[in-house]
Design a protein around this ligand. Structure first.
Ligand SMILES: Nc1ncnc2c1ncn2[C@@H]1O[C@H](COP(=O)(O)OP(=O)(O)O)[C@@H](O)[C@H]1O
Ligand SMILES: Cc1cn([C@H]2C[C@H](O)[C@@H](COP(=O)(O)O)O2)c(=O)[nH]c1=O
Ligand SMILES: [Zn+2]
Length: 193
């Protein structure tokens, strides 16, 4: 269980800016964990702003929605820099599907954290080919706190870190659910590649 570094420490308000990254494969619980942390910040009466890339409208235009239908309100934005304009004077910034942002998101996360905000981002660390999903490697490097979560392999029941694409498409960005992807462990991922 991740222990929040800045809950209940009002004396640190604006002084404890930092970056948290939650990463893993599809279905590993990234969005659930993001929503859990954001809800706890809201319970602590902190001012929270939540963003997602405008491209991700699988479940809902505005909400961040997990695969098991936990939801939290968000603002869809097209470019990483839009977050700087919209974050205002909040204390906590949440960002889901962060792998879909341009590389400027690294700079944005650093600026927000430097200004005293807690920045919590969730995203896929690898694409369907098992390659690092830019800009996640850079975000993982600048984060103070990294949490890697795991799904369950749909072939063998082991822990899964890979997102196996069931369809033929080779585009890096292909939105989808269980119809197109399944979580797999390393062995089962490479067995069928
Ligand atoms: N193969 C799987 N392994 C684990 N959880 C799964 C799997 N398939 C579906 N789920 C569901 O997905 C939920 C996690 O959803 P979510 O937080 O949206 O994941 P992510 O954001 O990492 O894709 C789990 O609580 C579970 O209900
Ligand atoms: C592996 C992979 C995934 N995607 C897409 C598929 C989904 O729409 C999202 C990931 O959502 P989740 O909350 O992590 O389940 O990304 C993609 O476009 N390209 C890929 O290689
Ligand atoms: Zn497996």
């Amino acid at each position: 269980m991740f222990i929040e570094p800045s809950i209940g420490q009002s004396s640190l308000k604006g002084k404890n800016g930092h970056v948290e990254v939650i990463c893993g494969s599809m279905f590993s619980g990234k969005t659930e964990e993001l929503i859990r942390r954001l809800n706890r910040a809201l319970i602590a009466r902190q001012k929270v702003e939540i963003f997602k890339p405008a491209v991700d409208k699988r479940y809902h235009d505005f909400d961040v929605v997990s695969h098991n239908e936990n939801t939290i309100r968000s603002t869809p934005v097209q470019f990483a820099n839009d977050i700087l304009l919209l974050a205002g004077n909040c204390e906590v910034v949440g960002i889901d599907e962060v792998q879909f942002f341009d590389n400027q998101i690294v700079n944005v996360a650093n600026i927000l954290a430097k200004s005293g905000k807690r920045v919590i981002m969730a995203g896929l660390d690898m694409d369907f080919e098992g390659h690092p999903f830019e800009p996640m490697p850079q975000l993982l490097a600048i984060a103070e706190y990294v949490t890697k979560v795991h799904a369950i392999c749909m072939k063998c029941g082991a822990l899964a870190s890979y997102s196996y694409r069931l369809s033929e498409g080779k585009d890096k960005v292909m939105l989808g659910e269980k119809d197109i992807y399944e979580a797999r462990c390393r062995r089962c991922f490479y067995e069928d590649k």
